[in-house]
Design a protein. Structure first.
Length: 156
């Protein structure tokens, strides 16, 4: 199944797996979140499933190592993480073991970007969802320097 990102205008670029033809598809009438749809290639007629992700901001897939320290509720929990993807407003990461995180928990993450400068970021996140060892979080209280570093990072 092909994954495509839908931009803020509701448009997605879908490439046929068979003939490699790319079409721009208007999905502005579909809902937010993630939708699975059947798509028929306009050039060769091949039908296949597409997962459409409606996102406000670009999400970059990464494999960055880091650590977390739980801040709220105050509990002596810390561990290693692997950041799976990151955007201007949040990220998704995987813990090495299961932790009992809940939406609303505050974690301090420290991780190094894989850019030329190996920029080290320390950032608070609020946990938004948890699925086993996979956690989605939204950045909170991000300073201008961190925002700028992420902006440069997304351009590389």
């Amino acid at each position: 199944m092909q994954n495509v990102s839908v931009d803020e205008k509701g448009q997605a670029w879908i490439t046929c797996d068979s003939c490699k033809h790319t079409s721009i598809v208007d999905l502005s009438n579909h809902g937010a979140g993630v939708n699975i749809m059947n798509y028929k290639c306009l050039k060769c007629g091949t039908e296949f499933e597409v997962t459409c992700e409606f996102r406000k901001f670009y999400r970059k897939e990464v494999g960055l190592n880091g650590t977390f320290i739980q801040q709220k509720p105050l509990k002596e929990q810390a561990g290693r993480i692997e950041i799976i993807d990151i955007s201007r407003i949040g990220l998704k990461f995987k813990t090495r073991v299961n932790f009992d995180f809940k939406p609303g928990y505050i974690l301090k993450l420290t991780f190094t970007l894989n850019n030329r400068n190996k920029t080290i970021l320390n950032q608070l996140i609020e946990v938004k969802w948890v699925s086993g060892q996979i956690v989605g979080g939204e950045f909170i209280n991000m300073d201008q320097w961190t925002r700028q570093q992420l902006g440069f990072y997304f351009m590389t």
